[in-house]
Design a protein around this ligand. Sequence first.
Ligand code: CNA
Length: 312
Amino acid sequence: MMPGNNMTKAKVDAIAASILSGRIRNIMILSGAGVSTASGIPDFRSVGGMYDTLKPNLLTATEEQRQAMRIDPIHVVSLDLFRETQLPYLELRRPFILGLGGNQWRPTLMHFLSDVLHKKGLLTRVYTQNIDGLDFKTSVPPKKIIPVHGSLMVIKCESCKTEMDSAKFRELTRTHIKDIYNSGDDLAPKKSSPIPCPSCGKPYMKPDTVLYGSSLPREFFMHWELDAQSSDLLIIAGTSLTVGPANRLPGLIRNSVPRLVLNNEEVGMGLGLNYAPNSTDTLLKGSCDSGCIALLQALGWLENMAVYESEL
Ligand code: CNA
């Protein structure tokens, strides 16, 4: 059953009809952490999300750093804090680092929607704010995926950008954790210096995700304006639209172009999204996967998903 009311259904049917008739030919996707929660990866801001479960007192050595994390959880992934102490960031990312290369997280229906759109020649590009690499586990070519906030799959020195093999980094992290917890010193995890860069020697080796206060990948700025201007439909999925500059993307779309939001809450009203019946914006309120099914149903393409059954 389609989330929302009859008006929502009519709007989704109209979008589907435009796709089927060829009026919509270029579809852009802006996604966030909510598209991966069905895979078991918590988002940032929901109850039980990563901000909710942060334990600043376990992560840092100084009261000042602890307070900064209480006031603004973003601090844990900020460049300022990382330069001062690397452990909070590495602790936050530890489940990913230790799981790197593993297969425990699978793409969701929402990830495979991009795949279907790509195979039908309709996908302009996916702008994912996610760092989990799940978009790259579909057959969408990498050049059509922009990981706006970087990726956990690549390990780089934050200072000199030297790369390290992710399996090697995982092993070094395991040894490092064992060493600090075996040291018998309660403060050791907070004092100890993480893995140094083999090239410049700084303790800045980390997954290549974008820290708050550092710049986004060049490819984002190369494509976002042109992609937005040439798109006939923007699908926004599983994002609170609170992080810039990615949250400015919906504002770059041409006025008449529909924006379809698949999210379990209303988002983006402060950015000009408007879910009134006569607006070109539509919210399919509910899980991303249920919104995805509703769209595929309206298109009559639900059977196209059968090929992904074994991968979900
Ligand atoms: P966010 O601020 O946590 O917002 C997530 C949004 O998705 C919220 O509006 C939720 O209500 C909604 N949501 C959660 N689960 C579902 C679901 N199953 N169906 C529909 N809606 C859902 O995350 P954003 O992506 O907006 O913020 C950008 C940050 C989060 C980026 O810097 C990411 O790197 C970072 N992040 C990424 C991951 C990941 O890679 N999987 C996980 C957690 C955080």
